[in-house]
Design a protein around this ligand. Structure first.
Ligand SMILES: *Cc1c(COP(=O)(O)O)cnc(C)c1O
Length: 423
């Protein structure tokens, strides 16, 4: 019913008299005209502020989890603001290095790093490799035996803690593909072997994503405290996972509050180590909005009104993957009441291709309107696809009235770029 809660908009938003929205000093409907839709618009100053907040909250080290949103401009931004980068594949390493981020600022994650990816990481000289299995230890030992430099490593342990979040987003339960279990002494054996074979830095745990309560982190740290008490570690990384508000009524701790709670729990658990963290979502999610053009409005009397936009699961798969909720609003009337119940859907040939399952919008909605969804900066662009051969949207960073295109829109020729065709 009510207007869009302003706190879901990027920090540097301004609503002009009459209701038009500007982000970073740029009128967003003008941006849609200039760059087309769908379009990702990121508030650059807000992302920089969030990076600085993370570095202040975790002075021993804060890594930006690049999987949340990655491109050269983003890697450079996080690096410039003092964060290291969490990368989990050869591709993410490649982009980070292409951005000019020094390899020693990279933390390499992943539950199935190939020999080729590990070689790439060792040759580049990544700062940390976070080991996820005994098989990985063996792969690394062989690469070192073959003449590559001994890496600095951490062991990713599985604390067996259930974070309060979507089942698919839980990573710290005992039954998980991630980490080495502390429950059956595997983690202790892995650490002993890592000390022998490599430079051992410490322990890493990541309990999940979109976690709203700091108590989940505190419980994990409590479990880790008992585990690390008898062993000496230089660093404890508590991973990422801090949640953000997506829709009206949700609230999440700030990065600063998270840092305070984590460091207090670490002290209470008697852990003496540098405390590091790896936020992804909390750095970028609320910095961006997505702009779409309304194409079709279909009212099914007595059922609901479907609003079709020119994107969908190819630019935001979170609703179809997790049933995630979003808000919608019209940036020509940002503060308008939204009494009309609608479902916003994409253009893909899939009933689950939904942007907003149960949303509300103002009643004067017409075909051709620019429709915006806030809080789309994380796991949208980075999880995008070419399903239905839909071309992926561009990314624009806005700041102080200047819009900088950092990723261009795909073209139909891009769709053919890897296709050999027939001869
Ligand atoms: C996904 C992930 C993160 C970041 O998670 P967010 O929920 O985006 O903060 C950090 N560390 C690891 C190991 C991850 O897998």
């Amino acid at each position: 019913m009510t207007a869009l809660p302003r706190h879901l908009l990027p920090d540097n938003s301004f609503v002009a008299p009459g209701g038009r929205l500007a982000v970073g000093g740029c009128d967003v409907i003008d941006l849609a005209d200039e760059f087309g839709t769908p379009l990702f618009v990121y508030d650059e100053a807000m992302m920089r502020a969030r990076c600085r907040e993370a570095v202040a909250a975790f002075p021993d080290g804060a890594a930006y989890a690049t999987k949340a949103f990655m491109c050269i401009a983003m890697a450079r931004l996080a690096h410039e603001e003092g964060m290291t980068l969490d990368v989990a594949t050869g591709g993410e390493i490649y982009i980070a290095l292409a951005a000019g981020v020094p390899a020693d600022r990279l933390v390499f994650h992943g539950n199935n790093k190939s020999v080729a990816e590990l070689r790439m990481a060792l040759e580049a000289g990544v700062g940390r490799i976070v080991i996820d299995s005994f098989e990985e230890i063996e792969r690394l030992e062989q690469l070192v035996a073959g003449g590559l430099a001994r890496p600095t490593v951490m062991i990713r342990v599985n604390p067996g803690v259930e974070a309060h979040t979507h089942e698919f987003l839980q990573t710290g339960v005992h039954d998980s593909k991630f980490g080495i279990s502390i429950v059956d002494n595997s983690a202790i054996r892995a650490i002993a072997r890592a000390r022998d074979s490599f430079d051992f830095a410490g322990v890493h745990a990541h309990i999940g994503s979109q976690v709203f309560d700091v108590q989940s982190f505190e419980r994990a740290i409590g479990v880790l405290g008992e585990f690390v008490a008898p062993i000496e570690i230089e660093e404890l990384s508590i991973g990422g996972g801090l949640g953000v508000a997506y829709v009206e009524g949700e609230t999440a701790p700030t990065i600063t509050e998270w840092g305070v709670a984590v460091r207090r729990a670490v002290a209470a658990a008697g852990i003496e180590a540098n405390v590091t963290a790896e936020p992804g979502r909390a750095i970028v999610a609320q910095s961006a909005i997505t702009l779409y053009t309304v194409g079709i409005i279909k009212e099914i009397p007595g059922v609901r009104t479907y609003v079709s936009v020119d994107g969908g699961m190819s630019d935001n798969p979170r609703p179809i993957l997790y049933g995630s909720g979003y808000e919608a609003f019209l940036p020509r009337g940002t503060d308008d009441d939204r009494p009309m119940h609608i479902r916003v859907v994409g253009k893909h040939c899939e009933s689950g291709d939904v942007v907003i399952w149960d949303g509300t919008l103002s009643e004067d909605l017409v075909v051709g309107d620019i429709l915006a969804t806030p809080v789309t900066g994380a796991y949208g662009h980075s999880m995008g696809s070419n399903y239905n051969m839909v071309i992926r949207p561009p990314v624009v960073f806005v700041r102080d009235g200047v819009a900088k295109q950092v990723v261009r829109r795909e073209t139909y020729d891009d769709l053919l770029a890897r296709d050999f065709g027939v001869d």
